[in-house]
Design a protein around this ligand. Sequence first.
Ligand code: ZN
Length: 268
Amino acid sequence: MDFTLTVYKKLLESLISKGYSFIPLGDYIESRANVDHNPFVILRHDVDRLPQNSLRTALIENSLGIKGTYYFRIVPESFNEEIIKEISGLGHKIGYHYEDVDLANREFKLNNPKTEISEEQLIDLSYKSFCKNLDKIRRVADIKTICMHGSPLSKFDNKIIWKKYNYKNLGIIAEPYLDLNWSDFDYLTDTGRRWNGRDVSVRDKVNSNNIPGLKSTFDIINSLEKLRDRLMITVHPQRWNDNFVKWSNELIMQNIKNIIKKYLFVRS
Ligand SMILES: [Zn+2]
């Protein structure tokens, strides 16, 4: 059975045995020059929901001496102060998984159901929302990097804020979609609960190589020699479970979401 915590641990162990080290995104950005020679993984976790699952992957990584970055959303299904503190106490970095364009747009629509919002106006409202929410999460943990949430059911990309504003003025040093030189990296993401799910992802796309033939976690473990020295791996901890009932629920939900996304976006 794939997408269990046992398989997740195997994946990490196989990367370690191939000589990969693990560097959080912020540390890589701050010391880029010093890590050129090493095979390394930037391990990213998008905590879309079920934050307690993130605590489990955080503990597994900690037992292997690995540090990653956990990106928390501001919505109640993700934002959990206790868990953020515990994960940060294990040595992991915390980031803000922002969706302020979607949030600002929804709030505007609620208050002005008959008015069409301009992009400029939406960007201004979103930036205000971003600053307010960044302050809120910074009261719980140190935040140096941010990463957009895909908001698959919204027509707006959360990154449009950065057409006008600069997060670097807020002490944020990196947004992986905008600050990594993707031609140097292989990108692996479990979006859609498979590793080759780019066709079901609306926005989790980067301009890196598409690595053919990697569907299951076992495919990755068995073909590590095909991968480059530099990897970004995105893992959504809510997709990984050792409990069979939770595992199947996640599978059913994911299949429904994949179908919705495919017909709403990919085919339109
Ligand atoms: Zn997300």
